[in-house]
Design a protein. Structure first.
Length: 172
């Protein structure tokens, strides 16, 4: 099974550079081996989405900005095959925008979208994170970046197991 890191961002506003929390879950050999959760001070003090993720300005005002958080997280991307995210275009956009704003290079690995994989490999519709987690009995505290990243990692592990079973069945 490939090594990967699942990532989830929560944002303060509509700007892709407005990350206010990130969750990471690293998987090696089909096992969740490491996680991290960090609050991030977004570039603007207006947090529009507190009603979604319960993160308010007072929670992040004293936290480092993305440039200050990134050095402690960059090793999650070393030696992995890909980055997984549930609705990957969103999280990829946030990561790339935050890296660009901070003058940092984003990780070079491709993104894999577990929304698309849940539809294609698990035949689930709808493929929202809460629906897929309910179907697979994965615990979820939705819109907590760490819980969402861990759930994404577990979905990806399940997809890889399904692929392996299909390959084994086709080989016999």
């Amino acid at each position: 099974m490939p090594a990967f890191t699942a990532i989830d961002f929560e944002t303060a506003d509509h700007g892709r550079d407005s990350a206010c929390a990130v969750g990471l879950a690293r998987v090696e050999n089909g096992k969740l081996v490491r996680t991290a959760y960090r609050l991030i001070r977004p570039p603007r003090p207006e947090i529009l989405f507190t009603y979604i993720h319960d993160i308010a300005w007072e929670h992040v005002a004293g936290e480092p900005d993305f440039a200050g958080v990134w050095p402690g997280l960059a090793d999650f991307f070393e030696g992995i095959d890909f980055i997984a995210a549930h609705n990957a275009p969103f999280d990829r956009g946030v990561l790339y925008a935050c890296c660009a704003a901070a003058g940092l290079q984003p990780p070079p690995q491709p993104f894999t979208c577990t929304v698309q994989l849940a539809r294609k490999e698990l035949l689930l519709k709808p493929a929202t994170l809460s629906h897929v987690c309910h179907h697979l009995s994965i615990p979820l505290k939705h819109h907590n970046a760490l819980s969402d990243a861990e759930a994404c990692a577990k979905i990806m592990i399940t997809v890889e197991q399904v692929r392996a079973e299909k390959a084994a069945a086709g080989a016999t």
